[in-house]
Design a protein around this ligand. Structure first.
Ligand code: COA
Length: 317
C-alpha cells in the first residue's frame, strides 16, 4: 500500500529498556555444551540481557513508556492508544498493554497486545500509522517488549544461546508535514508455522528452515516494498532489520546489492529479542545521532519470524 492520505504520523520520540543482567557466551558455556566461538561465528551474538525472575514483560514495556513521555514532555492523558507487540505477555488477560496503560495513567487511551512474533513491532507500527492516518486518533505509543528467557528451553543449546530480553518503543504523533510510511508490505504464511513455535511448550525452532526463510522470502519482500515506494536500495539511508543473526544481515546486503554498512546491528550485545529488536535498535541509533528524527532520513524497517510472519515498512524519520 502506498500512503497518500492527508494526515500523517511521525515518530517524535524513541526509547528502550533492558534488564541489567548481562549473560555472555562464556557464561552460557559454563551451563551447557557450547562455546563463544560457536555462537559468535554462527550468529554474531556475544551477549544477551536476561530479566530477573520477578521482572515481567510489562515492567520493561512500562519503563519504555515512561521514558517516551519524559522525553516528549507529553502527559499520559493525551495518549489515544498503546499497542504492545509481544509473544511473552505477562498473562493472556489482561494484556501487557493494559497493565502499562494503567500504570502510566493513560486514562484516555485504549490498549491491547499484538502477537506477530519477531515481526510484531513492524505489524504494530503499520497498524498505528492507520489509526492516525484515519484521522480518528492523534497520538499513541507502540512498544515491542519481550522476556523470552521465560519461554526458552534452557536444555536445548540450539535455541537457548540465541535469544534475550528487552523492550523498545516509539511515540507516534499526528503531523501535517510529510508521509511517514512511504510503502509497506506485510506477509504471513501459517502453513510454515511449525518451524518456529512457543507455547504451551517451550520455544522450538528448525534453525535451518528459518535461516532459509529469512534469506529467501525476506529480501524478496524488501525488494517488493522498494518497488511499491518507487525507490531503490540506494534511496534507503538505513535498513533497520530484525536482529536474529548477523549472517542473515550479510546475505540481505548481498542480495540487495547494497552496502553492509547500511545494516546496523546490535544483536552482538542483546541476542534476538523478537518484537523488541527493531525498536531497541532504533532507540540506540537515535541516541548515537545516527538516526535524527528530523524528517531527513528514509529508513526501511523489516521484521521476520514465527507465524511465519514477515514484512517491511519504508518510513521517513
Ligand atoms: N553450541 C555448539 N554447538 C551447537 C549449538 C551450540 N549452541 N547448537 C547447535 N550446535 C551443533 C549442532 O548440534 C550440530 O552438531 P552436529 O553437526 O554434530 O549435529 C552443529 O552445531 C550444526 O548445527 P546446525 O543447526 O546445522 O547449525 P547451523 O550452522 O545451521 O546454525 C543456527 C544454527 C540456529 C545459528 C542457524 O540455523 C540460524 O541462524 N538459523 C536462523 C535462526 C533465527 O534467526 N531464528 C530467529 C528468527 S526470528
Amino acid at each position: 500500500m502506498v500512503r497518500s492520505d492527508r494526515r500523517f504520523a511521525r515518530i517524535t520520540a524513541v526509547s528502550h529498556a533492558t534488564p541489567a543482567r548481562i549473560v555472555t557466551n562464556d557464561d552460557l558455556s559454563a551451563l551447557m555444551d557450547t562455546s563463544d566461538e560457536w555462537i559468535r561465528s554462527r550468529t554474531g551474538i556475544c551477549a544477551r540481557r536476561l530479566a530477573a525472575d520477578d521482572v515481567k514483560t510489562s515492567d520493561l514495556a512500562l519503563e519504555v513508556a515512561e521514558k517516551l513521555l519524559a522525553k516528549s514532555g507529553l502527559s499520559a492523558d493525551k495518549l489515544d492508544f498503546i499497542l504492545v507487540a509481544t509473544i511473552t505477555p505477562d498473562s493472556q488477560m489482561p494484556s501487557t498493554a493494559a497493565r502499562v496503560q494503567t500504570k502510566i495513567g493513560a486514562t484516555n487511551a485504549f490498549a491491547y497486545d499484538l502477537s506477530a512474533a519477531c515481526s510484531g513491532f513492524v505489524f504494530a507500527l503499520a497498524t498505528a500509522d492507520k489509526f492516525i492516518a484515519s484521522g480518528a486518533y492523534r497520538c499513541g505509543i507502540v512498544i515491542g517488549a519481550e522476556t523470552l528467557s521465560k519461554v526458552i528451553d534452557w536444555s536445548d543449546r540450539s535455541t537457548a544461546v540465541l535469544f534475550g530480553d528487552g523492550a523498545g518503543g516509539v511515540l507516534l504523533e499526528a503531523s501535517a508535514d510529510m508521509p511517514f510510511v512511504q510503502a509497506e508490505k506485510l506477509r504471513t504464511d501459517g502453513s510454515r508455522a511449525d518451524s518456529l513455535t512457543a507455547g504451551p511448550d517451550k520455544l522450538q525452532m528448525d534453525g535451518r528452515a528459518i535461516f532459509d526463510f529469512a534469506v529467501r522470502d525476506v529480501p524478496k519482500n524488501i525488494s517488493e516494498t522498494l518497488t511499491l515506494g518507487q525507490l531503490t536500495a540506494d534511496n534507503i539511508d538505513y535498513f533497520v532489520l530484525h536482529q536474529a543473526n548477523s549472517r542473515i544481515l550479510d546475505k540481505m546486503a548481498q542480495k540487495l546489492h547494497t552496502s553492509r554498512e547500511k545494516f546496523p546491528q546490535n544483536m552482538d550485545r542483546y541476542g534476538n529479542t523478537s518484537a523488541a529488536s527493531i525498536p531497541l535498535l532504533l532507540s540506540e541509533l537515535t541516541e548515537t545521532g545516527t538516526l535524527k528524527l528530523d524528517g531527513s532520513q528514509t529508513v526501511l524497517l523489516c521484521g521476520f519470524g514465527g507465524g511465519l510472519t514477515w514484512g517491511s515498512l519504508i518510513i521517513t524519520l
